[in-house]
Ligand binder design. Sequence first.
Ligand SMILES: Cc1cc2nc3c(=O)[nH]c(=O)nc-3n(C[C@H](O)[C@H](O)[C@H](O)COP(=O)(O)OP(=O)(O)OC[C@H]3O[C@@H](n4cnc5c(N)ncnc54)[C@H](O)[C@@H]3O)c2cc1C
Length: 511
Amino acid sequence: MSIPVQRIREICGDGNVITDPLELRTYECDGLTSHRSVPALVVLPGTASETAAVVRTCHDAGIPFVARGSGTGLSGGALPHESGVLIVMSRMRRILEIDPVSRRAVVEPGVTNLSVSKAVERYGLFYAPDPSSQVVCSVGGNVAENSGGAHCLKHGFTVHHVTGLEIVTPSGELTWLGDGTGIPSGYDLTGAFTGSEGTLGIVTKIVVKLTVSPEAVHTLLAAYATTAEGGRAVSDIIGAGILPAAIEMMDALAIEAAEAAVQCGYPEGAGAVLIVELDGPSAEVETELAMVRDICQRAGATEIRAADDPAQRAKIWAGRKSAFAAVGRISPRFIVQDGVVPRTSLPSVLARIAELSNQTGIRVANVFHAGDGNLHPLVLYHGDEDVAAAEEVSGAILDACLEQGGSITGEHGVGVDKSRYMPKMFDADDLDTMQLVRCAFDPASLCNPGKVFPTPRLCGEVPGTHRGPRPLPAGTELFLWRRNVRWYHPSPPLQAQQRPRNCCAPRLPLA
Ligand SMILES: Cc1cc2nc3c(=O)[nH]c(=O)nc-3n(C[C@H](O)[C@H](O)[C@H](O)COP(=O)(O)OP(=O)(O)OC[C@H]3O[C@@H](n4cnc5c(N)ncnc54)[C@H](O)[C@@H]3O)c2cc1C
């Protein structure tokens, strides 16, 4: 199998195709730098029809392909396939339409998140999903990851703000999912596509919902001796029926890093800081601010500051927004974890993280979206010698989240990094059902293969060039799905090489 380079050049133009080995290395990883793989070819299409033609070419030649936005993903979702084509969407960065009356905008996938809000500011509107990477990450990448951000506690995730998608299917057809109204008739395919991590096709246009800018915004910072006290304030705020736009927390190590990086002036000696942001009508915000202040005080706050002035609010946020990068000042390498727990379990999971850190000597800085129980422990390590220990701590943190009924990912996706943890959270039937969805879009398994799902399950996913037989458990009953054809094979099962190539084999019970 060889990549039809000439055909791809004809589609996108010579200048938009990269084959030089040195230049290809620019794309060898996303924000998760511990996984690297140089693609065979990089192409930067300029339009939806060019994207469709490139995908069709890959599909017809049986070449795997991976979409990439800005490459800020933290789970290796945009990790290239070494024998495949990396399709980079960053040239497609036009805001095509703004409709302030219907509060909708149509954007290309390479548009950066923050630029949508900037473009609609003059209408008193904003685009609510706000990952901390919003200055650079693309809306296409946000759709693929169903990205959140500090304010998704109140305003929701990307899926709540996308009402229609133009996509290129894995066989290269250009089509629309959703009609832009956000009210699906029939299956909600826009919802199914959002968060599918680039495995169901490539987004080429996005209809986004715009939100009216709030009349008032107040940001409150409360300092605590411990994260447990801060955690109590979080539960009490939500328990009082208040829904802040954001509730964020940082522990002592994260504060130390942020202070060194951006001099955010957080209270000295604090073991934890809580940032609570309230937005909405002025009267409501004023009332809730008084209640939140009181709750924070009763939970043991050593200092409370509140700001409604944009510059002062920005100063409070500066430490939190810079936290990931700032940690780089105290440790050259770190893993950003992304587990979720019920809010009430925050204290016990944080205690478990501290215990793991003490036992192993691996430092962990905690930054988290406390309001929705989304932890981002930053597991610090120095070099290759302690990477295994750091990964072990990182995995044990996910185990602790799962033990509390939580999840292995809140907003960064599964990608290549967490696929091995999927069987801890989902049983075989769950995974097979998910495979069915994937196979309905991509029966050939060429679109971002090797991501989300654990090691090849039967013939559903065939990474690299491996085509040999794979032993199957004796007595396995196989359903082989290929487009809409279904075969039933009683045991003994077929050997892999006898099966139709690229089929998916969910292990479902007989109907
Ligand atoms: C400092 C920092 C802070 C961050 N903070 C947050 C945060 O607060 N909240 C949060 O949710 N995330 C956060 N992230 C993670 C990351 O920014 C998001 O996942 C973001 O949505 C990725 O966008 P991207 O354009 O960089 O996508 P990429 O990294 O390029 O790709 C991500 C995934 O999307 C797929 N993809 C990209 N474009 C398309 C397309 N057009 N069609 C189909 N699939 C596509 C890729 O195949 C891949 O699977 C942070 C990352 C960093 C580095």
